[in-house]
Design a protein around this ligand. Structure first.
Ligand SMILES: Nc1ncnc2c1ncn2[C@@H]1O[C@H](COP(=O)(O)OP(=O)(O)O)[C@@H](O)[C@H]1O
Ligand SMILES: [Mg+2]
Length: 334
């Protein structure tokens, strides 16, 4: 029997759980708001940022109106979503190229000038708009790219943000918005603005911002009901789900990871009850492993700083550390 709990890749389609309210708000903000706006989604590692964007790209777009009315114009355009992961872009050119490529995946684009990614990007946006489409770029890991730009000189990030803001809000030749963006980030929009003095109004990218919340206690039951089909013969008791919540606080990745384990355990042990201790021991191992991994090169600066601070006072007890991080997160999230 296949284990239905997925923890090692973004989830879409029937595997995507919850987030209905967030999706509604986000989509109405970028498409049917008073003005077509932009949205900034903040979430820690593995809380579902990529899943959210991919779900919009692959599934959710079926639920939205076929056409949208463009603010300040009589035009009705068809929405089109373009997904771009900009985590590994090192330069502005690479960023604009990634954005252009993402649109190229959706549209038949005619113009291409070698060695001018920004021009290719703006040409593509303009052409798409004139062909009757309103683009929503789904930009994954935007802060990772901004941080990369800032490494050399903090001024570069301000220049880039100013430039992108002017393309976004006063598109040349139109002098207004002709596309929208949904950004995902590990870092809060305001925090990042303060860190680099981006100035939210005037020269910064103005976006509505949302925190990607962790699952709630009541979601543990809803989540397992969604994944466990009636004929799987495996179920979890409320006590087991309480334990799950106790150890994860609803952190999406750890919730799924531990449920995956619990399912496996039940299969191997003839569907018997799982002792709290067994769940706890697995969670401990998992946290140790993950935190070690996150502490490697793959961790964002912000998480790293947070972890380092915590580790200093705690010696080697990673489990305590993990719990402290969770407590810290849950305090800030709820
Ligand atoms: N909407 C969701 N429904 C179910 N599981 C989710 C959801 N969002 C995240 N997860 C869990 O978290 C894991 C990480 O999701 P991902 O989208 O890759 O996060 P991020 O991009 O924030 O790192 C997924 O593999 C899955 O286990
Ligand atoms: Mg991701």
């Amino acid at each position: 029997m296949k284990n239905p709990f997925i923890y090692n890749s973004p989830v879409i389609g029937k595997d995507f759980f919850n987030r209905e309210k967030t999706l509604k708000k986000i989509i109405s903000e970028v498409l049917v708001g008073k003005t077509q706006g932009d949205v900034w989604v903040t979430g820690e590692r593995k809380t579902g940022k990529t899943s959210l964007l991919k779900y919009i790209h692959e599934d959710y777009k079926k639920n939205i109106p076929k056409t949208v009315k463009i603010y300040g114009s009589v035009k009705e355009l068809e929405p089109v979503f373009a997904f771009a992961n900009v985590q590994y872009c090192r330069t502005e050119d690479e960023f604009f190229n990634e954005m252009w490529q993402s649109l190229k995946n959706e549209q038949d684009l005619k113009f291409f000038i070698p060695d001018n990614p920004q021009k290719n990007f703006t040409n593509a946006v303009k052409q798409t708009y004139q062909n009757g489409f309103y683009i929503v770029f789904l930009i994954d890991e935007f802060d990772a790219f901004l941080e990369t730009v800032a490494i050399e000189n903090a001024k570069n990030i301000r220049n880039f943000v100013n430039k992108f803001n002017s393309i976004l809000n006063h598109f040349s030749g139109f002098n207004r918005k002709i596309f929208s963006c949904i950004f995902t980030s590990n870092q809060d929009f305001i925090e990042l603005n303060q860190k680099y003095q981006l100035k939210i109004t005037g020269s910064g990218i103005i976006a509505q911002s949302y925190d990607l919340l962790w699952f709630l206690k009541k979601d543990m039951k809803l989540l397992t009901d969604k994944y466990l089909t009636k004929n799987s013969n495996i179920s979890f008791t409320l006590k087991e789900l309480d334990t799950l919540y106790k150890y994860t606080q609803g952190y999406p990745y750890f919730t799924q990871r531990i449920l995956h384990f619990m399912f496996e355990y039940k299969l191997e042990n003839d569907k018997g009850k799982i002792d709290d201790k067994i769940i706890g021991e697995f969670a401990k191992k998992e946290y140790e492993k993950t935190i070690k991994f996150w502490a490697g090169q793959n961790m964002t600066n912000r998480t790293q700083t947070k972890l380092n601070e915590l580790l200093k006072g705690l010696g080697k007890n990673l489990f305590d550390t993990a719990l402290k991080i969770l407590v810290e997160y849950s305090k800030s999230k709820f």
